[in-house]
Design a protein around this ligand. Sequence first.
Ligand code: PLP
Length: 387
Amino acid sequence: MQRVYLDNNATTIVDPLVKEAMDPFFTQIYGNPNSLHDFGTEPHPYMRLALDRMYKGLNAPDDADILITGCATESNNTVLKGVYYDIMHHGKRNQIITTPVEHPCVANTAKFLESLGAELKILPLNEDGIVDQEILRRFINPDKTALVSVMWANNETGMIFPVKELAEAAHENGALFHTDAVQAIGKIPVDVRDANVDFLSFSAHKFHGPKGIGGLFIRQGLRLTPLLHGGEQMGGKRAGTVNVPEMIGMGLAMEMAAQNLEYELTEVRRLRDKMEDALLKIDDTLVVGRRGLRTPNTILCSIKGVEGEAMLWDLNKNGIAASTGSACASESLVPNPTFVAIGINKDLAHTGIRISLSRFTTEQEIDYAIDVFRNSIERLRKISSSY
Ligand code: PLP
């Protein structure tokens, strides 16, 4: 049976060239980079090259910081908790503003800080399912807001947020601006200088790098209380021995993401559109969010009369890996805010199946997936109408 991986917003295959570049750092150049002997200093030039690739990939100025973290969850926690400790905890600015569609590592960290006394404001979405500058301007408080945290692109829908305009509004009101760019890197242009963000989080495994390594861009002149205390690694800004092989891999993966961006914006988009057009030809289906406002690899499709998990298992039986982009957050039965914002008909908002491609997805795989989706929807609709 053919297997097709269409869950690239969850994680991606490691590019074989990235794996190859990491290999020597397990068994040959394995010294602790904080040791003073030659084993310890040998990895330094390679680590410098990896960092240079990250600075270039993000267009970060030389005097900015890029911290190497264990994942984007850590990067996001570092920003929110750091700003809480440094500003909110003892200043008069005590408010954090975010959106209802952030990843749980932002949403739950913000709720935790609320439980410690921070004021949390969750912005409404506009009719496109995003937050725009006008909405932020309406809710930001020039005396109270310390941090605005808005993702660059959403993991379920692929919706792209106007971070440059949002950062501008935050700064005009004396607040710092953080963006979780995990789902943006490698899919759309990401330029920290142009967007003028203060903090930006990323994660290697979403752009064909290894799992368990991430990064945090920090604008020059800013310093955050570290999340992890311990040794003096990374100038005391993030304690813990750095994961050298994965840092090398993340640097190369970032460089390759930039090199392949044009392909993503044209060829991956073409395959995504082909799949999307085929799904929309089936009765009573819809795709969440306007095409032009989404990352080029993502489809969140709602299919009337088909339960999300049943569909997922049926696809899995046919070798296709997709994901449920929940119409309802299952534990709470709260409707997905994007579905509500863009006014999706209740009958259609039963389920969301998320299909996410990558530069490794082939035309033949998409043709196979289209056939499987058609058959699966027909079969499941027959079953559900027989009850
Ligand atoms: N932010 C977004 C938007 C994500 O999609 C994810 C992972 O799914 C994360 C953060 C967390 O990334 P990591 O797995 O590196 O902790």
